[in-house]
Design a protein around this ligand. Structure first.
Ligand code: ZN
Length: 404
């Protein structure tokens, strides 16, 4: 596949797949991509190991899930049942369910248990082709418990072949046991937690949930200012139910604005004229039974678009990124190129990663081999077609014993 534009609509003709292609790897990087016959000679000269695939495969860059909450303990199946029985997300949260339930269950988990659960979910994602996974905290909601979560994410990163990228989401919601105002809580997190995250090199990303029942734009402003002062990259849970957050994302120059189900024309135009990457989270729409992110309108306005799973115990328990992306494409009328770019190249942009997301020389050798001849089969099968092989940093990590 060729270099794709970073923003705006993408026609499938722009993909131009290489037929009879090959990949030449050097260490953890892609060295050359081209026609197999051209690469063969170079591979022999370099005395490279040659793996010849005799049946049909489509190679794609490893998927990048830019928004997950997979570091959690417990289940929220009761919430799901209540919601389907007619209770709203906000009603469940106000009744003491929702995020607070996951906070309590996650606080009760030991660091080892939390690491184990995170690795388990990351490996399931990896097997389905997700080679880079952003993982948020936000079920700790105190200095000590947020540290526990972000340390567990870092430890988990060392125990899975996938790359885990931690993000501090201490500004997820005001914890019920906090004795003070939202402003005081955020000030405490900014002063006591954020410097420790830098010291321990746990993350360079800070996220906030800007929403009714979470934090207002005004409350988040000083918190984000302090985070930026410390050098953190920002990202925002924006416009999920009300169009509050995208303006903040644009104003602070966030890497991404995620959700956007409630974005109207004004927000779409604002995002399209900014460098912020909009992130659609179809798993949350499927989990909550609500509208999808206006992906088509964002692209047509000239914005970029990444697609992520939002895998979390409450609103998005499925955690199947490819299935969700395929379904979003169906409802939002996205081309195959737009969906695949949203899982790869444009997803890398949302994390400001320049070393992955495309099959290009010099980038990480993170790629997937799907057992089909036509790349359109991948979305057509709506997540049921899994990669036959997953390669991460130059190694075949699934199946673990490399065999065709
Ligand atoms: Zn989220």
């Amino acid at each position: 596949m060729v270099h794709l534009l970073e923003r705006g609509p993408l026609a499938d003709e722009s993909l131009r797949p290489i037929m009879e292609g090959g990949l030449l790897l050097q260490g953890e990087l892609l060295y050359r991509i081209g026609e197999y016959s051209d690469l063969w000679q170079e591979a022999e000269t370099l005395q490279a190991t040659i793996i010849e695939l005799t049946s049909d495969f489509v190679a794609l860059p490893g998927f990048i899930d830019v928004h997950t909450h997979i570091c959690f303990a417990g289940s929220r199946a009761p919430d799901y049942a209540l919601r389907n029985a007619g209770k709203t997300y906000l009603e469940i949260a106000e009744a003491g369910g929702g995020i607070w339930d996951s906070v309590q269950q996650t606080r009760r988990a030991s660091p080892d248990e939390l690491t184990r659960l995170t690795v388990q979910r990351a490996n399931r994602h990896l097997q389905n082709g997700v080679t880079t996974i952003e993982v948020k905290s936000g079920y700790g909601l105190s200095v000590a418990e947020e540290l526990k979560q972000l340390r567990a994410i870092k430890t988990a990163d060392g125990q899975t072949a996938a790359d885990l990228i931690g993000t501090c989401l201490a500004a997820h919601t005001l914890p019920h046991d906090y004795d003070g105002s939202p402003e005081a809580y955020l000030a405490e997190m900014a002063q006591q937690l954020l410097p420790l995250l830098k010291q321990e090199n746990l993350t360079n990303r800070v996220d906030a949930f800007i929403e009714q029942g979470a934090f207002s734009a005004e409350q988040i402003a000083p918190y984000f200012a302090e985070a930026q002062q410390l050098g953190f990259q920002l990202t925002v849970h924006a416009d999920q139910f009300h169009a509050f957050g995208s303006r903040v994302a644009v104003a602070v120059g966030a890497a991404s604005a995620d959700h956007l189900e409630a974005s109207g024309e004004a927000e779409i135009q604002l995002l399209a004229q900014s460098q912020v990457v909009p992130v659609a989270l179809p798993g949350a729409s499927l989990g909550l039974g609500c509208a999808f992110t206006p992906a088509r309108r964002l692209l047509d306005a000239g914005a970029s678009l990444a697609i992520a799973s939002d895998w979390n115990p409450g609103s998005a328990p499925m955690g199947d990124l490819l299935a969700q992306a395929a379904i979003l494409g169906t409802f939002e009328k996205l081309t195959t190129a737009e969906v695949l770019a949203g899982l790869t190249h444009r997803a890398a942009l949302a994390l400001r990663l320049t070393d992955r997301g495309q099959l290009a020389a010099g980038l990480l050798a993170d790629f997937l081999l799907f057992p089909v001849a036509d790349y359109r089969e991948i979305l057509y099968q709506q997540g049921q077609l899994k990669p036959a092989q997953v390669w991460k940093r130059g190694h075949c990590v699934y199946p673990s014993a490399q065999k065709i």
